[in-house]
Write a protein that binds this ligand. Structure first.
Ligand SMILES: C[S@@+](CC[C@H](N)C(=O)[O-])C[C@H]1O[C@@H](n2cnc3c(N)ncnc32)[C@H](O)[C@@H]1O
Length: 257
């Protein structure tokens, strides 16, 4: 039974890292006139309210969007998408990755989202309307069945909740298979940097795949709550679009201050 709900963590430093990189990649890819496909294996509910009891209970957004929202210039794709979402939904709204994608892609770019949790999926449908195809199935299975997608240009975000400990073992093989099936696809995997170093074996296995054109972006930040085991946020990207590395460096600088 899945218990993770992203509302408790929306807008925290890890979200900021993931969403800023995602926004830069999508904007860059959408600059070319050719259509592209966007897929997400673990979509969440798409739209969060940072004034909700759940978000306030952890207060995690304060160290993320609260502390660093002002560090994004108005023409940054993350800032532009956030502004547009807040103009529609209010100043405490926070877009998840599916809504950011809908803001930054063109109407003709297909969006496929997998979300297993029925309550999160219902909210996701409400947030996305007819803009996305929402799959109530395991995200890994959805990706296996849709890749390579049509249009073939595109990107997949893999953002598990890491509740299932086996995910650390299965992810390198999954990334390898995806890349073999879809060698032009941008594959972005988000992972936590953990005090118990559970992520390190997975990263060694990912690096060991020796895939061409990979980028690893990692940020460290103080624990979002006392005793929290997450020390930072990481993104492993295959075929990262031009400009992603500069943004990764910029974000690292923001969090080093
Ligand atoms: C970290 S959250 C997603 C956050 C979202 N990507 C964002 O940045 O806005 C992970 C989500 O994956 C869902 N989930 C967990 N296991 C899944 C699976 N095997 N397939 C699809 N969804 C899954 C959870 O219910 C949760 O809503």
């Amino acid at each position: 039974m899945l218990s993770y709900q992203h509302i408790y963590h929306a807008g925290n430093p890890a979200d900021l890292h993931k969403h800023a990189l995602l926004a830069v990649m999508l904007e860059r890819m959408a600059e070319k006139p050719k259509p592209l496909t966007y897929l997400e294996t673990h979509a969440g509910r798409g739209l969060y309210d940072l004034s909700s009891a759940e978000a306030l209970k952890t207060g995690e957004a304060a160290a993320g969007i609260g502390a660093h929202g002002g560090d994004f210039p108005p023409d940054h794709p993350y800032a532009k998408a956030l502004d547009r979402v807040r103009a529609r939904h209010g100043q405490t709204a926070y877009p998840g990755s599916p809504l950011l994608a809908a803001e930054l892609l063109r109407e003709g770019d297909p969006i496929h989202l997998a979300e297993l949790h029925p309550q999160e999926r219902r909210a996701l449908r409400g947030a996305m309307g007819v803009r996305a195809q929402i799959h109530g199935q395991d995200g890994f299975e959805m990706a296996q069945s849709l890749c390579p997608p049509e249009p073939r240009r595109g990107m997949i975000l893999i953002d598990p909740s890491w509740e299932v400990k086996e995910d650390y073992d299965r992810l390198p093989g999954f990334v390898k298979t995806l890349h073999r099936k879809w060698n032009v696809g941008v594959i972005a995997l988000w992972y936590p940097l953990l005090k118990d170093r559970r992520h390190e074996g997975m990263l060694a296995a990912l690096e060991g795949l020796e895939l061409p054109k990979t980028l690893r972006s990692e940020l460290r930040f103080p624990p979002v709550r006392a005793g929290h085991g997450m020390l930072g946020s990481g993104m492993f990207i295959v075929n990262a679009p031009f400009g992603t590395e500069d943004e990764a460096t910029r974000l690292k600088g923001l969090f080093a201050r």
